[in-house]
Ligand binder design. Structure first.
Ligand code: GUN
Length: 302
C-alpha cells in the first residue's frame, strides 16, 4: 500500500479526548455539562444503531443525554410540541431529530422548528446561511462535512490553493463540504468543483483533484484510473453490499463498501480514508463537538 491511511477511528479518539478534557474543565468551573436530546421516531434498525452510538458517546463524555423514542405514527404537531419542550429546556444544548422521518411527518417543518442555537446537526436554514457566510458567523458546521475537514487538517494535507473535487450534491454532504472548502480559513482556501449525475466528464474532473471527496452513494463509482497520483481521497460512501456473521459477536452484520475501489485506489493515492473506519466515526464525534460548542456559546466562553 503506498497511500497513507487516514483513520477516522484514530482521529475520533484524539478529538473525544480533547472534548472529554474540556467537559471536565467546564464542569469544574461552571458546574454544568453539555446536554443532548436525541429524538428517534420509529424502529428502523439503521436509525436505532446510529442513535445508540450517539447516546453511548455522549454518555462516555459525561454529557447529560436524553434518548426520546417516539412511535412511528406520531403526528407532525406532537413532534413539534416535543421540540418546543427541548427548545425551552435550559439543560439541553443540542437537539437532534434522527432522519429519515416517516412519510406522514413534514420533515422541513420539524427541522425548521429546532432552535438554531441548539441545532447541533447544522441542518436549520439559519445555520445553512451562517455556513455560507463563513468565518465567525458559523456556529454549527454540519457533522459529516466538519468531520471530513478535520480529517484533512489532521492528516496534514495542504488545502490552500488545492483543486478539490466533490462528487455529489446532497444537502448533508456535497453542498456543505464544497462551501466549507472554498471559504477563507484553516483547512480551506481551496478551488472547488462539484460534480454530479448530470456532469459530462466525471472522470476528467476527478483526475484533476488534489483532494477528491466522494459522496455519491454508488459502490465503486470512482475508478482507480480517475485518481491523480498522490491525491488525498475521502470516501464518504457507506453502501451495504451484503451481510456476514461478526467474528466478535456472532451476529449478522452488514458488509460495507465505499464509493471508491479502495484496494486499487490505495496504490495510487497519497492518502485515503477506508470504509468502514474512515469518515463514519467522525460524524458522531463532530456532533459531540457541536454540542459542547453550544454550551460554550451559552456560557459566553467562545
Ligand atoms: N440520519 C443519517 N445521518 C444523520 C445525521 O447526521 N443527522 C440526523 N439528524 N439524522 C441522520
Amino acid at each position: 500500500m503506498s497511500a497513507k491511511l487516514i483513520s477516522g477511528t484514530e482521529i475520533r479518539e484524539e478529538i473525544l479526548a480533547e472534548i472529554d478534557a474540556e467537559v471536565k474543565e467546564i464542569k469544574a468551573k461552571h458546574g454544568v455539562v453539555p446536554g443532548l436530546a436525541t429524538i428517534l421516531v420509529g424502529e428502523s434498525p439503521a436509525s436505532i444503531s446510529y442513535v445508540t452510538l450517539k447516546i453511548q458517546t455522549a454518555h462516555r463524555l459525561g454529557f447529560k443525554e436524553i434518548q426520546d423514542n417516539q412511535s412511528d405514527d406520531i403526528s407532525t404537531e406532537d413532534l413539534l410540541k416535543l421540540i418546543d419542550q427541548y427548545n425551552n429546556d435550559d439543560s439541553i444544548h443540542g437537539i437532534l431529530v434522527q432522519l429519515p422521518l416517516p412519510d406522514q411527518i413534514d420533515e422541513k417543518k420539524i427541522l425548521n422548528a429546532i432552535d438554531p442555537d441548539k441545532d447541533v446537526d447544522g441542518f436549520h436554514p439559519v445555520n445553512v446561511g451562517r455556513l455560507m457566510i463563513g468565518g465567525s458567523e458559523v456556529k454549527f458546521p454540519p457533522c459529516t462535512p466538519a468531520g471530513i475537514q478535520e480529517m484533512i487538517i489532521r492528516a496534514g494535507v495542504e488545502t490552500s490553493g488545492a483543486e478539490v473535487v466533490v462528487v455529489g450534491r446532497s444537502n448533508i454532504v456535497g453542498k456543505p463540504i464544497a462551501n466549507m472548502m472554498f471559504q477563507k480559513g484553516e483547512g480551506a482556501n481551496s478551488t472547488v468543483t462539484v460534480v454530479h449525475t448530470r456532469t459530462k466528464d466525471l472522470a476528467g474532473h476527478c483526475k484533476r483533484a488534489d483532494i477528491l471527496i466522494v459522496a455519491a452513494g454508488v459502490p465503486g463509482l470512482v475508478k482507480p484510473e480517475w485518481i491523480k497520483p498522490g491525491a488525498c481521497v475521502i470516501d464518504v460512501g457507506v453502501n451495504r453490499i451484503g451481510e456476514k456473521i461478526s467474528e466478535k459477536t456472532g451476529k449478522k452484520i452488514a458488509i460495507l463498501s465505499g464509493d471508491v475501489d479502495f484496494d486499487a485506489a490505495k496504490e495510487i493515492a497519497g492518502s485515503i480514508t477506508p470504509v468502514p473506519g474512515g469518515v463514519g466515526p467522525m460524524t458522531i464525534t463532530m456532533l459531540m463537538k457541536n454540542t459542547l460548542k453550544s454550551l460554550k456559546f451559552k456560557l459566553g466562553i467562545i
